[in-house]
Design a protein. Structure first.
Ligand SMILES: [Zn+2]
Ligand SMILES: [Zn+2]
Length: 315
């Protein structure tokens, strides 16, 4: 494929991952969307250690995703609420839910609601991600990408040198249980998420990933291996000496596609002041894609507050 000169590493998805692409931030946001707003509640439900929780909340406030709202005076206590920019992550949160319910192996003991009900039509719902132009359900096969207006000035959004996991050590993945792989493992690690999105944008071979993603070789090799182990990629040999492999996204990975396009849409809107580095185009049109998150029954667009949660499937 033609080189896009690190555009993926500088794209809206990479920028979004810089803000919410770590395990704790995702869990904190999940809980805030579920109506948990106070420090102690967030600590208890998300399991985030106190020190980490303080830092992540500060960073989400600094990045304009959350704001602090006083709910008590003397002493003043704050709760954390979503700004408009934060509320706009709702399609991302719904995509996380959708994938976890299907692939995450959840049961009633987990903190995730098993049923979502659309207040508009009263039906149990699976969020559906559709093209805003033609209304068709989105699939990675129908979407292509091209350099956007800001491509010439693209700079990688992930600054690898300063990231605490930039250097790979043997214990790097110790927290990842590959038999029960959760979405926080897939996008809670920015590099894994970037490799995954690379596959959606058409990367296949090790050299392509390496050239396009700006990830150190040992880290890249490790993430590719992980993605194969957890069933998101398959690996096929295309050359014997030296051995070379091609990687392809499985169905389980393709089910993560709504999440990637939701991250793209959010990042394009809120994080690219100079315009898009990478533009996604649906097969129906030449315009940049607009993604609609809708109810799979009535096809109405979903907004925060339109959905009721239930922890079990009884009613
Ligand atoms: Zn379309
Ligand atoms: Zn509906």
């Amino acid at each position: 494929m033609e080189s896009t000169g690190h555009l993926i590493a500088a794209s809206a998805v990479a920028r979004s991952l810089n803000i919410i692409g770590d395990r704790w931030s995702l869990l904190i946001l999940r809980d805030i969307f579920l109506g948990r707003h106070r420090f102690e509640e967030l600590h208890k439900h998300s399991g985030t250690p106190r020190g980490t929780l303080t830092k992540r909340l500060q960073s989400l406030v600094l990045n304009g995703v959350l704001y602090r709202n006083p709910y008590q005076t003397a002493p003043t206590r704050y709760e954390y609420r979503l700004t408009d920019k934060g509320l706009d992550l709702y399609p991302v949160a719904l995509a996380v839910w959708r994938w976890e319910i299907k692939w995450g192996g959840y049961d009633n003991s987990e903190a995730l609601p098993l049923v979502l009900r659309h207040k508009g039509c009263g039906n149990k719902l699976i969020p559906s991600y559709r093209c805003g132009e033609c209304g068709q359900e989105l699939s990675s096969r129908d979407i292509s990408y091209r350099p956007g207006p800001a491509a010439a000035e693209a700079e990688p959004a992930l600054t690898l040198g300063t990231h605490r996991r930039a250097k790979l050590n043997p214990g790097d993945r110790r927290g990842t249980d590959t038999s029960l792989f959760h979405i926080t493992d897939a996008i809670g690690d920015r590099r894994t998420a970037l490799v995954l999105s690379g596959a959606f944008w058409g990367l296949r071979r090790y050299d392509d990933f390496h050239r396009e993603l700006n990830i150190a070789t040992n880290v890249l090799a490790d993430r590719l291996k992980l993605l194969v182990e957890v069933g998101l990629f398959t690996r096929k040999s295309y050359q014997d000496s030296p051995p070379r492999y091609e990687y392809k996204a499985t169905e389980k990975a393709h089910d993560l596609y709504p999440l990637i396009v939701a991250l793209h849409q959010w990042g394009s809107k809120w994080l690219e002041d100079k315009g898009a580095v990478l533009t996604l185009v649906h097969k129906c049109s030449q315009k940049p894609i607009r993604v609609d998150t809708v109810c799979n029954h009535c096809h109405e667009r979903l907004h925060f507050g339109d959905i009721q949660y239930a922890l079990d499937d009884d009613n």
